[in-house]
Design a protein around this ligand. Structure first.
Ligand code: ADP
Ligand code: MG
Length: 698
């Protein structure tokens, strides 16, 4: 594509600043911009003009429908297309867009999970325009839809989505970060602070024909069976390997589709596992990045289809090789373009930087359970703590350089016998970091941001950032309540940093997070290792969490409990579907193939017998096969019984624990036996493509 085309392509389908300027008079454009920036209310006249401009643009682009685009608690995005076309007074049609439709929509919410927030007789949910994320056009082959990003709330204002609490957490962090800035520098011209996110998206691509032959992939997006292939990722030859033509063509089309939506991909490469890749977008405001990540996932899936590929966003599509995560790079940006996680040039800037880092570290320690909980799903349980995935223990890596700075500050204190006179000058200018990266840490400080590596590849980044923003806001607030009444801000800031680093040093671990030693060491430090989602999710309902959420108006107690229930139910449902899929495949595909083989082999043995030919080998293969077949049949029936019992459990917490302990175990046992059989039964009888078939396509 020509340079000019690429430049013009960017944001072509977004009602962005330059488009707005084209479709509105200068006066109105300036008013709209101010309203959006300061989150003010529209007056009716301006609302009409704005909606009209948006409609005209959308129609010019060929859109016939518009939709409120929202992110309900099922983790996906939702849309209901409404036509711009209405009958006119004669026998034709006209394009109409009542301005109210931009601001508010009504949606029957009864089929979305609400965890008891709404009963069916109050089924109404409302979608409200979120003006901080721009309106865009989604293209289908033959139609275009104007999408209006919205929040989704119940009639009494409870959040029914993931975006509304995220927006509230942005308010909290903005408020506390600004407070800090003003305390340290009264003359500061910074008026807004927002979290910036770059969410690296890992994914797998598999051949569509193979995918179609595997019911497990089609039903749950991961393989429920599959013996270890001879060659997986042992040779480390896929990571950053040269990208094949077919994949590069796919990636190019993804890039282009995303460019139109204003999403800029900054890196793309082969990942560690066979068939695994990554796309990292250019970072930006957390609210926008959350929406863009949904668009990235959707685009990867739809473009793959066109290339006879299927994109798997599941956290662990294949056992025995790396899973996929969504590394959430988090920093704080000011409206003047500064990154608060970058070291500064002046003592003031460095004091600010160290306070922010100290606040983040204390937040990670204090709210480690909650952060862990944001990554807890049945699918991520399969990924975490294995094959180059972060462990389930939360810790933070800050690197040698930053560690040295904190150590020096602490040493100064000891030297001066607790009387710190360093004051302002104590925060010397810090030179650039040369620290190495640590890819084994769940929370790694990288140059000017923290990279949270635990979130799963298929989940929205809304919740982990909501918690991260709020936890850091809370810790900043704690620090600021001391500094606000201080006579010597810099001296007290230094004391606070020392206290925080001493109190929370247990969360810092700069070693190998994948090692067994770390598991032991973490235990001795009193850090929790919440291995499964049901254990981890409980953190949401603990008193500490509810206090945090209500203090910053993120979730009410009712909202948070409803979310907990939804997540626990989702955990059970997902495993239930997986277990039933396993049973169905085992019974209708694998068992018949195994029986066919055993029958054929028995006949061969009889034949050899009648010819008096030695059949020891055949007998031994048959023996091994029969043993596994008998075991398979037994395990299928055991799993069926366990699922029957699960159905009788009414309490959702008990149920989730039962799924974790009994069903998951039953599934793992069944899988082991099937995987044994896969290497006994001849390839031509095996009813589905194997790992080797799939990986060697790559
Ligand atoms: P890695 O080596 O960690 O895989 P990538 O280049 O794949 O690095 O991804 C890094 C991600 O971090 C990108 O999405 C990038 O835009 C984002 N990023 C860079 N700087 C910041 C920042 N200050 N705040 C948030 N995200 C950032
Ligand atoms: Mg990366």
């Amino acid at each position: 594509m020509e340079k000019q085309d690429t430049l013009e392509m960017f944001g072509k389908n977004v009602f962005n600043d330059s488009t707005m300027r084209k479709y509105l008079s200068k006066d109105k454009y300036l008013k709209v911009k101010k309203i959006i920036e300061d989150n003010l209310e529209f007056d009716e006249e301006l609302a009409k003009s704005f909606a009209d401009a948006m409609k005209t643009w959308a129609i010019d682009q060929g859109a016939r429908y518009y939709t409120h685009w929202f992110q309900p608690l099922n983790g996906a995005t939702a849309e209901k297309h409404n036509s711009f076309l209405f009958p006119n007074s004669e026998d034709g049609v006209i394009y109409e867009f009542p301005f109210e439709s931009l601001f508010i929509g009504e949606s029957d919410a009864s089929s979305f999970p609400s965890g008891g927030l709404r009963t069916t007789f109050e089924a109404r949910g409302y979608t409200k325009w979120d003006s901080t994320s721009p309106v865009f056009i989604k293209e289908y082959k033959t139609s275009k839809i104007l999408c209006i990003p919205t929040v989704f709330v119940s009639h009494n204002g409870e959040a029914l989505d993931k975006k509304y609490p995220l927006l509230k957490s942005c308010k909290a962090i903005n408020q506390e970060a600004l407070r800090m800035i003003k305390i340290l520098d009264k003359k500061s011209n910074i008026n807004k602070v927002f979290p910036s996110i770059g969410a690296e998206q890992e994914y797998f691509l598999v051949d569509k024909d193979m995918y179609n032959k595997r019911k497990d992939l089609r039903t749950v997006g991961r393989t429920l069976f599959g013996a270890k292939p001879a060659k997986a990722q042992q040779m480390s030859d896929h990571y950053l390997g040269s990208i094949k033509e077919k994949i590069a063509t796919f990636m190019d089309e993804v890039d282009l589709e995303l460019l139109k939506l204003g999403v800029l991909s900054t890196t793309r490469h082969n990942e560690v596992a066979p068939c695994q890749y990554e796309l990292a977008p250019y970072f930006g405001d957390v609210n926008l990045s959350t929406d863009q990540n949904q668009l990235i996932m959707e685009t990867l899936k739809t473009v793959a289809e066109k290339h006879n590929l299927v994109c798997l966003l599941h956290e662990k599509p294949f056992n025995g090789v790396s899973g996929s995560g969504k590394h959430n790079n988090w920093s704080l940006t000011t409206d003047t373009g500064k990154n608060l996680l970058s070291m500064g040039k002046t003592p003031e800037e460095n004091a600010r930087f160290l306070l922010v880092i100290a606040a983040i570290i204390s937040a990670i320690d204090e709210y480690s359970d909650l952060l862990r909980a944001t990554t807890a799903t049945a699918s991520n349980d399969r990924r975490l703590s294995g094959f180059e995935a972060p462990p389930t223990i939360i810790s933070a890596f800050i690197g040698e350089d930053l560690q040295r700075i904190f150590d020096t500050i602490i040493e100064e204190k000891d030297k001066k016998d607790k009387t710190i006179k360093l004051g302002e000058t104590g925060f010397k200018a810090i030179n650039k970091f040369s620290t190495d990266r640590n890819r084994t840490s769940p929370f790694a400080f990288v140059d000017n941001r923290f990279e949270f590596r635990m979130p799963g590849s298929s989940t929205s980044i809304a919740v982990c950032n909501t918690i991260l923003n709020t936890a850091v806001a809370d810790k900043l607030s704690e620090i600021l309540s001391v500094l606000e009444n201080s006579n010597n801000v810099y001296e007290d800031a230094q004391k606070l940093i020392i206290d925080i680093m001493e109190k929370h040093s247990r969360i810092i671990y700069n070693g190998n997070g994948y090692s067994e030693e770390w598991v032991k060491e973490a235990k001795s430090r009193g850090l929790k290792d919440l291995r499964s989602a049901p254990e981890a999710l409980r953190a949401f309902t603990e008193e500490k969490a509810i206090k945090l959420f209500t203090k910053y108006d993120i979730y009410t107690e009712k909202e948070v409990k409803s979310r907990y229930e939804i997540k626990m139910n989702k955990y059970c449902s997902l495993i239930d579907i997986e277990a039933h899929t396993m049973i169905s495949i085992a019974k209708s595909e694998i068992l018949p193939a195994c029986l066919e083989f055993s029958e054929k082999l028995s006949q061969d043995i009889e034949g050899l017998n009648s010819l008096k030919i030695n059949n020891e080998t055949e007998m031994s293969i048959l023996g091994e096969a029969r043993e596994n077949i008998n075991q398979l049949y037994k395990l299928i029936n055991q799993l069926i019984d366990k699922l029957e019992k699960a159905r009788e459990i009414k309490n959702f917490e008990e149920k989730a624990m039962y799924y974790k302990e009994e069903i998951v175990e039953g599934m793992d046992n069944l899988r082991r036996t099937v995987d044994n059989l896969e290497v006994i039964v001849p390839k031509k009888l095996w009813p589905m493509p194997t790992y080797s078939d799939i990986f060697l396509e790559d």
